[in-house]
Design a protein around this ligand. Sequence first.
Ligand SMILES: CC(C)(COP(=O)(O)OP(=O)(O)OC[C@H]1O[C@@H](n2cnc3c(N)ncnc32)[C@H](O)[C@@H]1OP(=O)(O)O)[C@@H](O)C(=O)NCCC(=O)NCCS
Length: 158
Amino acid sequence: MDKRYKRVSDSQTEQTYLMRHSYLNGYGNLFGGQLMSWIDEIASIVAMRHSEADITTAAIDNLNFKEGANVNDVIVLRGKITHVGTTSMEVRVDTYVENRHGMRKVINRAYVVMVAVDENHHPISVPGLLVETETEKVEWEGGVKRYQLRKKRRVEGF
Ligand SMILES: CC(C)(COP(=O)(O)OP(=O)(O)OC[C@H]1O[C@@H](n2cnc3c(N)ncnc32)[C@H](O)[C@@H]1OP(=O)(O)O)[C@@H](O)C(=O)NCCC(=O)NCCS
């Protein structure tokens, strides 16, 4: 069967939350664990949309917390595919805090590796990625480097 290809825009996903007290840590800031759960969820949706299959989280890295967020802030998560291997997909998730005028400030950036699996939880191949814009090309090249680095890290045992 011919390999299928999909665009980045086919699976790009945006999710918005209004910060409430249950999302805060003891210092009144967004709880990091809550944000990680949102990141994992949106990355899963992106990967399911790209692969049209069930997926599992293999790794989350480059999780950089740049700023905090407080109650009544609007939080926006945007997820998009940056690289695919044979069965794995790398999803970049940017998290923003949005002010009342719609201006967004990045508070976190993460790269999540998702693997498509069959009903027996065995990895299955995913569609290729059509890399169309300059930005997508730069992301892809970064994704290739991160893919190789993760492989090397696994060989080294961590
Ligand atoms: C992810 C998982 C399915 C991979 O299975 P596996 O038997 O190691 O399969 P493979 O070695 O063939 O790897 C499959 C793909 O996953 C990638 N992969 C596996 N482990 C990885 C890791 N730690 N980091 C990044 N990528 C990883 C491989 O590079 C490969 O990608 P490719 O096909 O695009 O080259 C398996 O390790 C697993 O089920 N892990 C638990 C997942 C889970 O429970 N997640 C939820 C955590 S709460």
